[in-house]
Design a protein around this ligand. Structure first.
Ligand code: NAD
Ligand code: DAU
Length: 338
């Protein structure tokens, strides 16, 4: 399979690239990535010299470059990971979110339409369903109700992608995953931020009462599900991908502090995220039934592996936390303690 991946230098995209090149799944893999603050070629050091791998630095909004590469490479499948992926940044600065997540997805869909790409998988999120009232789990027919610029942009790009199936009969599929965790995640997201702050004895900022619920999915389980959907999913369909492990944020942070041997007093309540969704919960019954995929990583083991990775990769963490990260951190967290 000749695979064109966007956003392959980010957290999930790089895990997917490593997985595809680690097995015989890809005969050729093109990674098209702008290298924003979240893109990091260090994440791909293990595959950089693989003769099947080609890296192109580019913006998915750049129609000329996207078309040039898709025309030259003629991939069997485009997998669109590229996005501005952080909710807090989307609140502070929505413009790049709409550019990349909406216009970028549109640009890719147009390139796939022009060059008749046989398969297009758009990687999306459970956030498009908004907060889900207990005891329900959202299936793929649950109404869309976005709460942040990030989730609205993902919901919009999902609908755009699906419209290309309806209108142009393009072979588009959308996946919606729950919260991912694992190695190489940028330390703006809950789990790596709490791990790295705890290592440094820095305050752990808890939004509001910390009782918001997220469903945790190990990143490698997510990548296996995406491959299963490429191979066995139906065109024009949406597939939820959840980890079946829902926890309140405070429980996740307690587990991290227990594992690293640091006191709960490091936790510091800060003002809540505006528009903060209370609970995400997914039904993954469809992807399991139709593709045979199932999540395999138990949360406690995945969390331990993740903490070990951050402990062993302190230099990676130090590099990504320098420069721009410091400005973002100050911008997002200053004067929020309550
Ligand atoms: P990330 O922020 O770690 O990585 C995003 C990557 O996209 C980076 O390499 C960045 O350089 C690249 N990128 C950004 N804008 C680009 C542009 N205009 N052109 C080309 N490349 C660009 O994100 P992630 O956490 O790996 O998420 C990947 C995808 O999965 C996103 O679409 C996100 O919405 C979705 N998703 C994420 C999660 C999660 O928990 N992280 C859960 C469900 C779905
Ligand atoms: O649900 C899937 C989504 O998960 C993905 O689509 C997004 O790309 C990804 O960023 C993630 O979004 P969340 O907003 O759920 O993840 P985040 O790690 O930012 O926050 C998880 C929870 O932790 C959320 O309830 C907010 C809370 N939180 C987060 C941070 C960064 C805190 O309490 N303190 C923090 O400092």
């Amino acid at each position: 399979m000749k695979v064109f991946v966007t956003g392959g230098a980010g957290f999930i995209g790089s895990a997917f690239v490593r997985m595809m090149l680690g097995a015989t799944s890809a005969t050729r893999l093109i990674n098209f990535d702008k290298l924003t603050y979240a893109g990091n070629l260090e994440n791909l050091a293990s595959v950089a010299n693989d003769p099947r791998y080609r890296f192109v630095q580019g913006d998915i909004c750049d129609a000329n470059l996207v078309n040039e590469v898709v025309e030259a490479e003629r991939p069997d499948v485009i997998v669109n990971f590229a996005a501005e992926s952080h909710v807090d940044r989307s609140i502070l600065s929505p413009t790049p979110v709409f550019e990349t997540n909406l216009r970028g997805t549109f640009t890719l869909l147009e390139a796939a339409r022009t060059h008749k790409t046989p398969r297009f998988l758009h990687v999306s999120t459970d956030e498009v369903y908004g907060s889900i009232d207990a005891p329900h789990d959202a299936d793929e027919n649950y109404p869309l109700k976005a709460s942040s610029p990030y989730s609205a942009s993902k919901a919009g790009s999902d609908l755009l992608a699906l419209s290309y199936f309806v209108t142009y009969k393009m072979p588009v599929t959308v996946t919606r995953a729950s919260n991912n965790y694992g190695p190489f995640q940028f330390p703006e997201k809950l789990i790596p931020l709490m791990i790295s702050n705890a290592f440094e004895d820095k305050a752990l900022p808890i939004y509001g009462d910390g009782m918001q619920i997220r469903d945790w999915l190990y990143v490698d389980d997510h990548c296996r599900a995406i491959l299963a959907v490429i191979e066995r999913g139906r065109e024009g369909e949406v597939y939820n991908i959840g980890g079946s492990r829902s926890l309140p944020n405070v429980d996740v942070v307690h587990k991290i502090l227990d594992a690293v041997g640091k006191p709960y007093s490091l936790m510091q309540t800060v003002t809540d995220r505006p528009g903060h969704d209370r609970r995400y919960a997914l039904s993954s019954e469809k992807v399991m039934r139709e593709t045979g995929w199932a999540a395999s990583q138990r949360f406690e083991e995945g969390l331990k592996a993740t903490i070990d990775w951050y402990r062993q990769n302190a230099a990676w963490v130090a590099r990504v936390k320098s420069g721009e990260y410091q400005r973002y951190y100050e911008n997002n967290y200053a004067n929020r303690a309550v």
